[in-house]
Write a protein that binds this ligand. Structure first.
Ligand code: ATP
Length: 364
């Protein structure tokens, strides 16, 4: 039986930087992918994801820093000696070779005997569900099928590490979702380490064991989907992963404990940050409750006006405006969410459902 832990490499990046003139595309990034892990690099356009991937692959040389695969420093090795599989957004298949010949290419380059090549190519075609398509040229295949061939070509020589740069970016939504399922299945069955670049948070959440969130050439946080959603390290992560209500102000200590002094009122919080610090409170939309009268208990609560209600079948998405003009979002279902545009409400949440992050002035 296949043992996944034996076939994946560990990847360790320390203090990796890339400068183009005075511009730092990547600024002292460190991260680790464990053996067999599915790690996504997620972030907005220009945040340094592709630069990182290209340095792991060997297409771009670092300005400084180290890249280790299974403990071995690879920064100085040429790409073809790194033994890493790569899939790009644009399939990059050889147009004059058939699907089978494309997949055979990395094996032939490694000098594998012909008969073995034929067996491995057949296995790879079957893995990506393209048995029977081996004789077709790329132009005779759909975009999704071409990407399957590219995928088969990237893993046919059994690399321990597979890099993917927005491999589903050129496909439509339905096809993307189908291929996401396949990528997960193949990741599980091969047991190799995947590093997957995407700017699509839902795709990262659906696929990854862990996600590294990039912003301006730095990593803001690395964690599981749940950690990023429930305990974001920064306001940027809170906004980038899912939706968030965010209140900013100064932490103050009152009779009842710590509270955040915000333009919409004093909001009780639980945090390890000290009084006096500027901070932001993150409350997820599904944690908010709607009251028709001001809350009388000790839970945090804020008055707001309903701006719009979108009925989504199983739940409603309610856009609200706070009295300082900032907007917020509530998600919920049931009678309590029966409100209409223009209505005054009082929103509340349990203190444990708010998460405090240090204040930062620039978010993008
Ligand atoms: P995208 O999702 O748009 O591909 P990304 O997060 O992958 O974005 P990178 O391609 O890594 O971003 O680029 C990071 C920054 O480095 C960008 O501001 C980009 O313009 C800059 N950059 C990349 N390559 C070069 C280059 N050869 N010369 C100068 N600047 C570059």
């Amino acid at each position: 039986m296949h043992n996944p832990s034996q076939s994946g490499a560990s990847l360790e990046i320390s203090d990796l930087s890339k400068a183009y003139g005075s511009f730092k595309a990547l600024d002292a990034v460190s991260l680790t992918a464990r053996q067999g892990e599915f790690l996504s690099l997620l972030g907005p356009s220009g945040s340094g994801k592709t630069t990182t991937l290209n340095m792991i692959a060997g297409f771009t040389s670092p300005t400084s820093g180290e890249i280790r695969v299974d403990g071995r420093e690879i920064s100085t090795l040429p790409p073809y000696r790194r033994d890493i599989g790569i899939v790009f957004q644009h399939y990059a298949l050889f147009p004059h070779l058939t699907a089978a010949q494309n997949i055979a290419f990395p094996l032939q380059r490694r000098g594998m005997p012909r008969r073995d090549v034929a067996v491995r190519v057949a296995e790879a075609l079957e893995m990506v569900k393209l048995d029977g398509y081996g004789d077709r040229y790329p132009r005779q295949l759909s975009g999704g099928q071409q990407q399957r061939v590219a995928f088969a070509r990237a893993v046919v020589f059994k690399p321990k590490l597979l890099l993917m740069d927005e491999p589903l970016g050129a496909l439509d939504k339905k096809l993307r979702e189908d291929l996401q399922g396949e990528i997960r299945r193949i990741h599980r069955s091969l047991g190799i380490t995947f590093v997957f670049v995407t700017h699509d948070q839902e795709e990262a959440l659906a696929l990854s064991d862990r996600i590294a969130v990039f912003n301006h050439g730095r990593i803001e946080q690395i964690g599981t989907s749940r950690e990023l959603y429930e305990t974001p390290a920064t306001e940027f992560v809170a906004r980038f992963i899912g939706e968030a209500n965010i209140f900013s102000g100064t932490l103050v200590r009152g009779d009842a404990g710590l509270a955040l002094d915000t333009p919409v009122g004093l909001l009780p919080v639980e945090t390890r940050l000290p009084a006096g610090r500027q901070a932001s409170l993150v409350v997820r939309p599904e944690r908010l409750e709607i009251g028709k009268a001001p809350h009388a208990g000790s839970d945090p609560h804020v008055p707001a006006t309903v701006r719009d209600v979108v009925y989504l079948g199983s739940n409603r998405r309610i856009e609200i405006v706070f009295d300082d003009g900032r907007t917020g979002i509530i998600r919920g279902s049931g009678r309590g969410t029966d409100v209409g545009a223009g209505e005054r409400i009082d929103i509340r949440w349990s203190i444990a459902d708010g998460y405090v992050v240090p204040f930062s002035s620039s978010q993008t």
